[in-house]
Design a protein around this ligand. Structure first.
Ligand SMILES: [Zn+2]
Length: 316
């Protein structure tokens, strides 16, 4: 066994550790929400579907507008109460894609997608969790305007956290889609795959949606078997990450591989294979001789691989 490499300080996992207090008990209090919106310290993140609107700045842009400023940028499609930051109200304001795109041409604005913002560090890190919160729930509103029970147009209640149907009285709550993302390990090697959608030379953990009626552990085993032909035994939970593309929750796990012959599902993956600790370590640190990499430090896959290299899995 090679000595454990020094991988340096652990990076921050993106979109986590939000400082926003969601203050869910205030959502039903329309008077309080109106009063929050009228306050001069009310701030808003402004989002046009996939695009985040920011005030251009250096070295980072400023994604937080006053709520008053946000309303001057264009007609709001939706507004949700995100919570309180040190007592100051925070909102998410949704614009149409066209309105956000048009702001690109205006001086003083920077409009970009959230992936680019996270990868390139275009805003201060503390803004990523509330932007993720706002983006995910605004996306849910955009795709759930009609009652899934009877087809009638629904209306927003609870400061953006529920939609009610006036026809059949059904209440609709925001959804989060659980996704398992896992590293199957076989002693001193781990299983990584490549999706055709990945950047060239990037390899990552396998991942897939948890299906209805399925436990996390079973989803980990099923996806690993389906995508790479590897059967897994023990599964241990690592940590999770909100993934607002558009509204998932990544559930990070390690899994004990019971078999070793990789059979790649070419409909899902471009390739999958075993990687040694030395190779995975070089990829994580961006000095693999062939230029192979893992996902960037803000992504949970990076942390799942790192925890295994650090000997911090619960698989024993
Ligand atoms: Zn209905």
């Amino acid at each position: 066994m090679s000595p454990r490499p020094d991988l340096g300080p652990k990076p921050v996992l993106g979109y986590t550790d939000s400082r926003i207090e969601r203050a869910a008990e205030r959502r039903t209090d329309e008077t309080a929400i109106k009063a929050f919106a009228a306050r001069p310290d009310a701030g808003a993140y402004v989002i046009g579907v996939e695009m985040i609107v920011m005030k251009a700045g250096a070295p980072v842009n400023e994604p937080l507008f006053t709520l008053q400023e946000a309303h001057t940028l264009g007609p709001a499609v939706e507004m949700v109460f995100l919570g309180l930051l040190d007592g100051a109200p925070r909102f998410g304001v949704g614009l149409t894609r066209d309105t956000a795109e048009a702001l690109k041409a205006r001086d003083g604005f920077h409009v970009n997608d959230l992936r680019s913002i996270a990868v390139q560090g275009l805003v201060a890190p503390e803004h990523l969790p509330p932007i993720a919160e706002a983006k995910a729930i605004l996306h849910w509103h955009a795709r759930h305007r009609f009652c899934s029970n009877c087809g009638t147009a629904t209306h927003v209640v609870q400061a953006g956290w529920r939609r009610d149907c006036p026809q059949c009285n059904a209440q609709h709550f925001p959804r989060t889609d659980p996704v398992v993302i896992m590293l199957a390990v076989d002693g001193e090697r781990c299983l990584l795959g490549r999706s055709p959608r990945f950047l060239p030379a990037m390899w990552s953990c396998l991942a897939g949606f948890v299906e209805p009626g399925e436990a996390i552990e079973d989803a980990v085993r099923r996806e690993t078997l389906e995508e790479a032909g590897i059967a897994c035994g023990r599964v241990s939970y690592f940590r999770s990450q909100p993934w607002p593309f558009p509204m998932s929750l990544m559930i990070g796990c390690h899994a004990e591989a019971l078999t070793s012959k990789v059979v790649v599902d070419r409909d899902e993956l471009e390739d999958a294979r075993w990687f040694s600790k030395d190779e995975a370590s070089a990829m994580l640190q961006r000095h693999h001789p062939d230029g192979l990499t893992t996902p960037p430090p803000f992504a949970i896959a990076h942390h799942i691989i790192r925890a295994w290299l650090d000997g911090e899995t619960d698989l024993g």
